[in-house]
Design a protein around this ligand. Structure first.
Ligand code: FE2
Length: 302
C-alpha cells in the first residue's frame, strides 16, 4: 500500500531549506498527499512560522474561517490545532470541508511530542473513494450526485470542552444576531436561534466528492468526523448531516466508509520538531486521544 506521508530528512534551519526546495516538497506532496520534514532545527513556534513563511504561499487565517473548533493563535499564522480535551478523538476529516471556505494545504508542527497516544492519522481520500466505488458503486456515486448539508449548533460563548465548541460570534466574526444572520445569508446558510442563545446553522448543499486537477476523485467532506464525533451538549450526530436533498445520512450509508477509512489510515507518530504538510484536498487527518503533554500547532494555506 502507498506509504503516507512521504519523508524528507534534513538538518539545519527549515526555513532556509524550504526557501530553496519548495518544488521538491510540492512534487512529493503531489505524489503522496502528505510530506513529513524531520530532523530539521525547528525549536519553537517562531521557527515554524518562519518555515511556513519561507514556503511562500498565502495563509488562511483562523479568524476568517468558519471552523467549529476552538483554537488559540500562537503567532500570526500559527495556532493550536484543537483545544478539545486529550481524551476526545478527532475523527478523520478534510479541514473545514463542512463549510464553503477551506484551506488547500495544512502545516502541522510538533513542539512537544505526546508521551502516550496522540498520533495524527492520515488517510488518502482518493484511495478511499476508489475503494468505496469498488465496494458499492451506486452508493459512492450517490454521495457525488446528491452532495451533503451539515447542521451545527454553535454556543453563545466558546466551549473548550467540545471539539465543536466555537461560539457563533467567533465563528462568524460578528457581535450581534443581525450581523450573524447577514453573514449566514451571504454564505447561503439556513439558521434557527434557540432558547439558550445558541444558533443552529445548516450549510447550503456542499460537494461530498471533489475532482482534483489531475482527475482523481476524493471523498472530500466532513462526513466521517460528523458521523462519529459531532456529539456534545448541543449536537446530535444523527441530525447533523443529510444528503443535499435533506434525506438523513444513516449508519448504513457510513458503515463501510468508516471501515475502509480505518483500513487506509496511517498513524503519524510525532517527534518534537516534525513538520508535516498535508494536501487538504487529497488527504484526511484526525487526532488520536492522548495522555500527558502534547503540543501540535497548525498553520493553513489558503
Ligand atoms: Fe483538522
Amino acid at each position: 500500500m502507498d506509504s503516507i506521508p512521504g519523508v524528507i530528512g534534513g538538518s539545519g534551519r527549515l526555513d532556509h531549506w524550504l526557501a530553496d526546495h519548495k518544488q521538491d516538497v510540492d512534487a512529493l506532496l503531489q505524489d503522496k498527499g502528505a510530506v513529513l520534514m524531520r530532523g530539521f532545527d525547528v525549536p519553537d513556534p517562531q521557527a515554524f512560522d518562519a518555515a511556513v513563511e519561507a514556503y511562500g504561499e498565502a495563509g488562511f487565517t483562523y479568524s476568517e474561517s468558519l471552523s467549529n473548533a476552538v483554537r488559540v493563535n500562537v503567532t500570526e499564522r500559527v495556532f493550536t490545532a484543537n483545544e478539545a480535551p486529550p481524551s476526545t478523538e478527532i475523527y478523520l476529516h478534510h479541514e473545514m470541508a463542512q463549510t464553503p471556505l477551506y484551506p488547500s494545504k495544512l502545516f502541522f508542527y510538533c513542539e512537544i511530542a505526546p508521551h502516550e497516544g496522540g498520533a495524527t492519522p492520515l488517510c488518502r481520500s482518493d484511495l478511499l473513494y476508489s475503494r468505496m466505488k469498488d465496494a458499492d458503486a451506486a452508493q459512492a456515486e450517490a454521495f457525488a450526485a446528491r452532495g451533503v448539508r451539515y447542521s451545527n449548533v454553535m454556543p453563545d460563548e466558546n466551549d473548550a470542552g467540545s471539539g465543536q465548541g466555537r461560539s457563533w460570534r467567533s465563528t462568524l466574526g460578528v457581535d450581534t444576531r443581525e450581523a450573524a444572520e447577514a453573514r449566514l445569508a451571504s454564505l447561503g446558510y439556513d439558521w434557527e436561534w434557540r432558547d439558550d442563545d445558541s444558533l443552529r446553522a445548516t450549510t447550503p448543499v456542499l460537494p461530498a466528492v471533489r475532482t482534483l486537477l489531475d482527475g482523481r476523485e476524493t471523498f472530500f467532506n466532513q462526513l466521517i468526523a460528523a458521523f462519529r464525533g459531532w456529539s456534545d451538549a448541543r449536537n446530535d450526530p444523527a441530525r447533523a448531516i443529510t444528503f443535499g436533498d435533506g434525506e438523513p445520512i444513516l449508519a448504513e450509508h457510513m458503515r463501510s466508509v468508516i471501515q475502509l477509512s480505518d483500513e487506509l489510515a496511517h498513524d503519524h507518530q510525532w517527534q518534537a520538531g516534525d513538520v508535516v504538510l498535508v494536501d487538504n484536498f487529497a488527504v484526511m487527518h484526525g487526532r488520536r486521544p492522548f495522555s500527558g503533554k502534547r503540543r501540535v500547532l497548525a498553520s493553513l494555506v489558503s
